[in-house]
Ligand binder design. Sequence first.
Ligand code: CTP
Length: 411
Amino acid sequence: MSSGKRILLIIGGGIAAYKCLELIRRLKERGHQVRVVMTKAAQQFVTPLSVGALTNERVFTDLFDLDEEREIGHIRLARDTDLVVVAPATADLMARMAGGHADDLATAVLLATDKSILVAPAMNPHMWLHPATRRNVVQLQLDGVRILGPATGEMAERDESGPGRLIEVPDLVVAIEKALAPEGLKRRSLAGRHVIVTSGPTHEPIDPVRYIANRSSGKQGHELAAAAARLGARVTLISGPVSLPDPKGVHVVHVTTAAEMLDAVKAALPADIAIFAAAVADWRVAHPTTDKIKKSAATTVPTLTLAENPDILRTIAQSPDARPRLVIGFAAETQDVIAHAKAKLKAKGADWIVANDVSPKTGIMGGDHNKVHLVTSSGVESWPEMNKAEVAARIIERAALHLSVKRTAAE
Ligand code: CTP
């Protein structure tokens, strides 16, 4: 437990505001000092009195309250802290942050602070998915703000469900403490963990010179391996044939076929996390020839008989003894991306599926950018388009968080 940190919590107006009482209680239990700013709308959901009773401090509500200005001032409020947390962040508050507004105490503090800002949004799914909110989220991320969630599930409104729930309070506490940890500790948050990543295509031989392949470049898988190594993990990258350099600090096993890839994964186990980013060929040629098939010797066009390759992800996810604690698959789709990804999550037994649209028009396969949906048993999160390194960093951070939350729960 890290103690003695100062957290400035900005409570926005939303049904989820009441969860901040639990958040404050937990942060205090863990030794942190919590100072609270409430927006006008937040005060419709919880009273400054009940918040103040938990923090043992006065709650700040008004930019133009002269007493407050004399006592502390919004600039000091913004600076005398180790971290700023906005929870729940409404669509409106995020829009005003993204626009650089400063017309109330909350936005003035957010504009004046020189500390890291974590934002935990909570709103109706339609509002979260609206292009205006999507734009604001991207803008805030570009400004260095970290967005936590939202989670997917039932809304307070009847018959509404989707992305928009405030992430669970224990997850918020973990994210806050991670953000407060010294840089060295943060970087090593996968220290002591073993991460296996598969990457690239596989080549299935037809004869000694020809093979069946696909357009996978291996960029996303290699970025994942590099990101895991940066967080301090021991990483085994099992790569099909690619034209990328081996990432730094990663143990790379080069393979050609799906069968070799499966053997290499089995040999690398046990692992804490396994990420199957490779575009494994579903079929191989049943009987590749040892000599080159000669056109001049053929009387008819040769026919290739295919045999099914082992499903590496399914084999490992469903292995009774050696299953890593977190198994992540990818779903490369050209239509009905989310529906297919949900089906794959179940059929393969993965914990998460990272789904992307690889139709040629997206330029994702072989390109530098990716737009993914994270599909888990608790819902679907659609992430904005990012470059593959950013997608990798986010997946790995989430994986590290997931393992640490699990560990906390087991303690
Ligand atoms: N995968 C695997 N072994 C295979 C095929 C796929 O490990 N023989 C893994 C991929 O690495 C990916 C996930 O399974 O993590 C889904 O791959 P994808 O090609 O999208 O799906 P398929 O299982 O091939 O299904 P389909 O061809 O019907 O889309």
